[in-house]
Design a protein around this ligand. Structure first.
Ligand SMILES: Cc1ncc(COP(=O)(O)O)c(C=O)c1O
Length: 397
């Protein structure tokens, strides 16, 4: 019997009597070499994910442009892997992300910026960098227009107007939030762009994180809306569908797959002859990463077995911030039988710093290693130095 979640079996994770292996490497050996907490990434998997997405769109014969949302994971070897793909650009959301993309050799035509609540300082930087911006406020349109030559191309980010993120979680669904122009504000945005001397070449939408198959019909509705807006504006040559794919946190999850996404996009937008762009983060890197932590405390308190580990929400924010589950596997004894429920807590002085409550786990002892899965997206990139617990370690295979 294995305590590795079944859906991870085909993911490069192997349970052996000697312990858990990822992409053929012993996770215990990696932790011993680099210390914990440690993010471990499979670069081969990142490449495979890019190939799958590219192939999905290529087989539908629609012009396609892929940008990687670097906010998901900006570990250098991951970014270099994306760079080495050759035809993948970067979706940046801040001046420093853009700078980092440039450092890696991405040129202006390979970087798309989608950011919100931009300061004049931000806009000065983006204007001088010649960045392609997707803007989502009249204020940003006006102020960007003051900084760039007339005729500069921009994108308009639209509000998808539906709750479509993982379980319609308010932190993960972007309809009717601070992002984008509401549908009835489209005209005003187009007029503001014209008044500012800007040309709208891109329409952009990002619906949320973790879109599941059950919401595919809503996603198609959004695509149809985007097609309708594009028809109204002859200057539009690209529709950017954002990200939101590929999130799988537990066995029952059923994320929209690249094939289905490409298929829907080709049906709704293909006939317009536009370039279909997207900027996924999670889809490309999430399942390519695991987080290794060391157990420092095993103790029963008021009927709950608490397992304390050497990482907290400063290292991985998913559970504390979004309330999202994370799978936990025993690195040293992945084949051990389940012993009973235990709660896994982090080492940060916050009561919500808990990774899992009453999770069925095998016997866990102090000094053991646990693997948190998946951890490739928004793990290290959202890490903080709260409680001065220090920076996280990362290693690429
Ligand atoms: C504008 C935009 N594009 C793309 C992404 C990437 O999303 P995901 O990681 O769900 O693919 C995000 C994530 O927040 C985003 O805000």
């Amino acid at each position: 019997m294995s305590t590795i979640p079944a859906w991870w079996a085909g993911n490069g994770l192997r349970a052996e009597p000697s312990g858990l292996h990822f992409d053929g490497r012993s996770l215990r050996a990696l932790a011993t070499e680099h210390g914990t907490p440690l993010y471990v990434y499979s670069l081969a998997k990142v490449r495979r994910r890019v190939d799958e997405l590219r192939a999905a769109f290529a087989s539908r014969g629609v012009p396609f442009r892929l940008y990687y949302a670097m906010k998901a994971n900006r570990f250098r070897p991951v970014l270099q892997t994306i760079r080495d793909c050759g035809d993948v650009g970067i979706d940046a959301c801040s001046p420093r992300e853009l700078e980092l993309a440039r450092e890696l050799g991405f040129g202006p035509g390979e970087i798309s910026v989608t950011a919100s609540m931009l300061s004049n300082r931000d806009l000065d930087f983006f204007a001088s960098a010649g960045a392609s911006l997707n803007l989502d406020s009249l204020s940003a349109i006006r102020r960007f227009g003051e900084r760039v030559p007339r005729g500069t191309a921009i994108g308009l980010r639209l509000d998808c107007a539906v709750d479509i993120g993982y379980g319609s979680h308010p932190k993960l669904a972007y309809g009717n939030t601070k992002f984008g122009f509401a549908h009835d504000a489209f005209e005003a945005a187009v007029e503001a762009a014209a008044a500012a001397g800007l040309v709208v070449e891109t329409l952009h939408v990002h619906c949320g994180w973790g879109i599941q198959r059950g919401a595919l019909h809503k996603l198609e509705w959004v695509m149809e809306k985007m097609a309708a807006f594009a028809r109204r504006l002859p200057s539009v040559s690209t529709v950017n569908l954002g990200g939101g794919l590929g999130a799988r946190r537990r066995a029952g999850d059923d994320p929209v797959m690249p094939e289905e996404w490409a298929d829907a996009a080709a049906r709704h937008l293909g006939p317009l002859g536009l370039t279909i762009a997207c900027e996924p983060g999670t889809l490309l890197v999430d399942a390519a990463g695991v987080l290794l932590v060391e157990v420092n405390t095993v103790e029963e308190k008021s009927g709950t077995v608490w397992i304390g580990v050497d990482a907290g929400h400063n290292v991985n924010l998913y559970a504390a911030h979004y309330g999202l589950p994370i799978e936990i596997a025993h690195v040293d004894r992945p084949l051990a039988a389940i012993a009973g429920p235990a709660s896994v807590a982090g080492n940060i002085n916050e009561s919500n710093d808990i990774f899992a409550r009453d999770l069925p786990l095998p016997v866990v002892a102090e000094g053991d290693l646990l693997a948190f899965l998946p951890a490739g997206a928004y793990g290290s990139s959202m890490a903080s130095d709260h409680c001065l617990r220090g920076p996280v370690r990362e290693v690429a295979l």
